[in-house]
Design a protein around this ligand. Structure first.
Ligand SMILES: [Zn+2]
Length: 516
């Protein structure tokens, strides 16, 4: 990965690992639901050992493995802690870190990984300290059980139907509430996308992505960027000094739309019709080799981290770039022939969202060239913090299921991006011909169509189990709050639908959120 503080240079990065449940609280919480999930996890571990031919010892192994993973989980950063770039940037000379973790022989580990480096970045040092202690204190037999289980568990999706069923029952059904397994053809398309993404992506792009769409999209991005510039200039809380830097960063955004200019080739991947598992192994080996080859080389900032068919988008702080794969450039996000209200309300809000990630509580800590480096005056940083704290408190009040609250700290970056994104998209929409007129289509005004299109993007259904998991681990708020949060705080929304100040969910102007 790029060294956060020298983003043009690749570094070897060590992160916390070793657990299979979604995050540490699944091991540590003492409520009935958490306990039940852990007992179902143990049953799953036994089942995997039984399927691999050892039915006698599965229950014992399951108990050993759960204990070991619980000890590892205790040393993990929480999902909120993992959002703090400075806290997760710990650079060491290998020889110094070796002293902190005497039970792991780093020289030997690095040589086995094929890495010749003398400095490393450790995201969560206390995890490696704990791991070192456990390697010393836990019997080797338990480590063997754990590694055997991990290998089987990680491969279960590609093994026989019985393994697939077992994995589905626990990870999809128990943890996520899923009722039926993905059809085989969809799994296989996903396998191709995950392992040979650029090959599948070329076929996908040829068929589904038109140059006109790219051109229209670039216009939208540029229009939003201009509006963003104006909004930064108009901010009443930021000094001229910080504004200058913010504008530099905004204007340095790299824009990637559709697909990469540099397709990966996969020459070393061996694929045969009757060797499914070996095909996957070959692709994974190749991906590992590709990753390790980056060490010691400059960061290639033309690389993409999503494949063309992906229905998603991202902001990447180390590259200071906004990226929109071809997959998201279709209805309901984008429709080539739709009126501007529809496109600005949907993909426009997504573009604004990704841009705002460059200035959210994490992104704002990176500068125009992607380095983790302070560029704010102290005073402006403090003002930002006050505003962001209000956003955190506001979203923490949202609740669903049996009064499960949104974690405002975990979702802060996404919520800031949602609020900023919709405001910027709306301002940009108002500069279009349709935005300036008031001509109804299908009985709705342009402004109403803008907000309806925004809401339409987030129509989704979640099983309760999945929602519970997301509230603990997902930095995005549940979709209904991704819609309601931003619009509650927008005058334009109240105006568009003639919402009176007496309405139940009305928020008075002086209490509304706003950063960007
Ligand atoms: Zn986001």
């Amino acid at each position: 990965e790029p060294d956060d503080k020298i983003s043009s240079k690749n570094a070897l990065v060590f992160s916390q690992s070793g657990i299979n449940l979604p995050e540490r609280s699944y091991y540590l919480d003492q409520d009935d639901k958490a306990k039940k999930i852990r007992s179902q996890y143990q049953a799953y571990i036994s089942k995997i050992f039984a399927l691999a031919g050892d039915s006698a010892n599965g229950a014992k192994y399951a108990s050993d493995i759960l204990k070991l993973e619980t000890a590892l989980a205790q040393s993990h950063f929480t999902p909120v802690e993992q959002r703090d770039p400075q806290k997760n940037y710990n650079k060491f000379a290998v020889s110094d870190f070796q002293k902190q973790v005497p039970n792991i022989d780093f020289k030997s580990v690095l040589s086995k990984l094929g890495a010749s480096v003398d400095t490393i970045i450790v995201r969560q040092p206390k995890y490696y300290v704990a791991l070192g202690n456990l390697i010393k204190t836990q019997p080797i037999a338990i480590w063997k059980e754990k590694l055997k289980f991990d290998a089987l568990n990680e491969s279960a999706y590609a093994l026989t139907q019985k393994f697939r069923d077992a994995r589905f029952e626990f990870f999809d059904k128990t943890l996520s509430g899923r009722q039926s397994q993905t059809e085989r053809w969809k799994s296989m398309v996903n396998n191709a996308d995950n392992n040979l993404g650029d090959l599948l992506g070329q076929l996908y792009s040829e068929q589904y992505f038109k140059p006109e769409a790219k051109k229209r999209m670039l216009e939208l991005v540029n229009n939003l960027q201009k509006v963003y510039e104006q909004r930064i200039k108009n901010l009443d809380w930021m000094s001229a000094e910080t504004k200058k830097k913010a504008l530099e960063k905004l204007n340095a955004f790299v824009k990637k739309i559709g697909y990469t200019d540099k397709w990966k080739k996969y020459d070393d991947v061996e694929i045969a019709k009757n060797t499914f598992f070996a095909n996957l192994q070959s692709a994974q080996k190749n991906a590992y080799k590709e990753m390790m080859a980056k060490l010691g080389k400059a960061v290639d900032k033309s690389e993409w981290f999503m494949t063309p068919p992906t229905v998603n988008a991202y902001y990447n702080p180390a590259y200071n770039e906004i990226v929109f794969p071809a997959g998201i450039l279709q209805f309901p996000f984008f429709a080539f022939n739709a009126d501007d209200a529809i496109n600005y309300g949907a993909i426009g809000a997504v573009i604004g969202h990704e841009m705002t990630h460059g200035f959210d509580d994490q992104g704002r800590q990176y500068d125009a060239v992607g380095n983790l480096k302070e560029w704010w005056t102290k005073d402006d940083a403090a003002k930002f913090k006050t505003k962001a704290d209000k956003v955190e408190q506001f979203y923490s009040k949202f609740a669903l299921l049996d009064n499960q609250h949104v974690n405002g700290a975990l979702t802060l970056g996404e919520n800031l991006a949602d609020i900023g994104g919709l405001n910027i998209a709306f301002d940009a929409f108002k500069l279009t011909e349709q935005g300036k007129e008031n001509k109804k289509i299908d009985g709705f005004t342009p402004d109403q169509r803008f907000f309806l299109s925004f809401a339409q993007v987030w129509r989704i259904k979640n099983r309760d189990e999945r929602m519970r998991m997301r509230l603990k681990a997902d930095p995005h708020s549940p979709e209904m709050f991704r819609v309601n949060g931003p619009v509650y705080n927008m005058e334009a929304f109240y105006k568009a639908f003639n919402v009176p100040a007496t309405a139940k969910m009305y928020i008075a102007p002086e209490n509304r959120l706003g950063v960007w």
